[in-house]
Design a protein around this ligand. Sequence first.
Ligand code: NAP
Length: 259
Amino acid sequence: MRSSITGKVAIVTGGSKGIGKGIAQVLAEHGARLMVVARGREAAEQAVGEIRDAGGAAELYLGDMADWDDVRAMVEATVAAYGGVDILCANAGVFPAKKIIDMEPEDWDAVMATNLRSAFLCVKACIPAFETAGRGRVVLTSSITGPVTGFPGWSHYGASKAGQLGFLRTAAMELARYNTTINAVLPGNIVTEGLGDLGADYLATMAASIPLGRLGSVSDIGHAAAFFASDEAGYVTGQTLIVDGGQVLPESLEAMAGI
Ligand code: NAP
């Protein structure tokens, strides 16, 4: 499909699996040229292969997005491959569950590094490319968990996702001088490899708590990210979009019973 995204160069961190893979595929359907970023080779090669098989353009970069040297090298590799960067989807994230009583300081730091520090590092590393291009788009994958809701076991995760939004609001002001917007998608429960690890019982219970009656798909998030990445969203910055099937709306189980 031709759109304002056609021909644009898009980095998707965590683009080898789950939501990131869905974002990469939707952007590729719009004709973007993709840099798929992850640590593990096998899934990244698979994701790149699927985009190429569908007629799209994709390269992969293997690195840890919590590591500044890796992030800088990733952006350099993207510029070398495609000549610039137009769209950054900072999506890589982890969500290991651990209650505060059991959580070690290292557990907290590891989640913050992958989910929050990496967003800062990736945005910082892309600024020169956005300045050169005279425009840019950043889309963060935050979550409803933290910015809107709580969930026992995910205090560190929720703090990292709420922290992304604090970063976003000032980043939107600082990036404006580079004609670059930054916005965040806040997914509800989306069916991914990572979420699947939480078990069938968890998935069934979550689906029952969603007014639209189903978990989300990765393309639901991909389409929201594509909007923020488009030229048409050029006057939208520092904003958030919840994509959750109405999950945050019910006040109680009784409210769901009335549907
Ligand atoms: P996933 O299926 O586990 O995929 C995570 C992706 O991130 C993989 O490609 C993984 O590849 C990559 N990744 C993880 N740590 C990385 C690092 N340090 N450096 C580079 N790449 C890294 O997870 P997901 O469910 O799609 O979640 C993606 C994002 O959506 C996360 O930010 C998550 O918090 C958010 N989210 C998910 C849901 C949901 O319901 N699934 C809901 C709300 C928000 P490697 O492991 O090979 O590096």
